[in-house]
Design a protein around this ligand. Structure first.
Ligand code: SAH
Length: 354
């Protein structure tokens, strides 16, 4: 097997057209040729940059939010401090640094990282050297105890299926081979009972996306939080109820064709926050809050001003730009949304109040 295009082409020839979720999972997580298996995708040298890589203030705000929630829930003596899809470990490192001065928090925390990529696990181990960290393959494997969790740009990496509404029902978008290149096509009309509710708010020609892995991930988190206490802060790009094609590829910080060079670009789709919310019971969920509003409520501007006092020149300019990038509605402030999950007996995490 030479590359992922050959592998996918052979699979399509053998089994017929491939669903978008199968394609996405293969491109991202193929054990030897997948995007996350083979590369270190984050940062200037990589394909995309995330909020914690833009500024330390992002992780600081999340850390204080989680620590304040822990305090208001009676400061349980042992808990899991978890992250789903921790990338380079920057966010977790900033959380642990920012909460150093909250008495008891770091000592009580058992850090658990849910990470699929062996390469990124190595990077995380280096970033978090000095802390006791364990890794899990899925959220299901997290211990049964209070759980304080963050997931930033994790759910957008989970495979989605795409359905187009035709005159006589839903047809699934599929990937086939035309003239030795991958191309999109449409499957036959098939009954899709899970999409019945979407007949009310879509019209012929509309495309909707469905992410089957949202529910099991949320269930693993929500049942622990409802039973033992804790909270989850989930941040991603997306909005309430999917509508339209958001399947995209990023390579070297530029959008590319998701079907070109499988395994060489990052594939994502916007997250449907309605699906996250629907899977929150038995825990409660907060309102969906824009990232900019969330960070402002937690005091990011005050923190930015304090940090700015020690800076000048290009460093100061970069710092001001980073603050703006994280919070401004025309940058990440509005595109990215936050939803919190918390126990029925507790108040919502700070920054996510109604
Ligand atoms: N949260 C980090 C990185 C986001 S990139 C940040 O904000 O910088 C997406 C992360 O999710 C990567 O660490 C990737 O390897 C991981 N990931 C993607 N799909 C996954 C899956 N199915 N299971 C576990 N981790 C996954």
């Amino acid at each position: 097997m030479t590359d992922l295009l050959d592998h996918i082409t052979a699979q399509i020839h053998a089994n017929g057209p491939m669903r978008v979720d199968e394609y996405m999972a293969t491109c991202l997580l193929h054990p030897t040729l997948g995007y996350y298996t083979t590369r270190n995708p984050l940062g200037v040298q990589g394909d995309f940059t995330t909020a914690p890589e833009i500024s330390q203030m992002f992780g600081e705000m999340i850390g204080l939010c989680l620590a304040q929630t822990w305090l208001s829930q009676g400061a349980p003596k042992r808990f899991t401090l978890a992250e789903l899809g921790p990338g380079r470990g920057t966010l977790m490192a900033d959380i642990l640094r920012a909460t150093r001065n909250v008495p008891g928090f770091v000592d009580a925390a058992e850090v658990a990282l849910v990470e699929a990529s062996p390469k990124l696990r190595d990077t995380q181990a280096t970033t978090l050297a000095g802390y006791k960290v364990s890794w899990a393959d899925t959220a299901d494997a997290l211990p049964d105890q209070p759980l304080y969790l963050v997931a930033n740009e994790f759910f957008d990496a989970l495979p989605i299926r795409q359905f187009i509404r035709s005159a006589d029902g839903w047809r699934e978008r599929q990937i086939g081979v035309t003239d030795a290149a991958l191309s999109f096509g449409l499957g036959p009309v098939l009954p899709q009972p899970a999409l019945a509710a979407r007949l009310d708010d879509t019209a012929e020609g509309d495309l909707i996306e469905d992410c089957a892995q949202i529910a099991p991930n949320m269930e693993a988190i929500s049942t622990r939080i409802a039973a033992h206490g804790g909270a989850a802060i989930i941040i991603d790009y997306g909005d309430w109820r999917s509508l339209g094609d958001t399947f995209q590829a990023l390579h070297a910080h530029e959008k590319t064709d998701p079907l070109t060079g499988p395994g060489t670009s990052d594939l994502t789709a916007h997250v449907d926050f309605e699906q996250l919310a629907a899977a929150a019971p038995p825990a409660l969920h907060t309102r969906v809050t824009p990232q900019g509003v969330f960070l402002e409520r937690l005091g990011i501007t005050q923190r930015a001003q304090d940090l700015a006092k020690t800076m000048d020149g290009a460093t100061l300019e970069a710092h001001i730009a980073a603050h703006r990038r994280l919070t401004h509605p025309s940058e990440m402030g509005n595109l990215f949304k936050v939803i919190g999950v918390y126990p029925p007996t507790q108040i919502p995490p700070p920054g996510l109040e109604p």
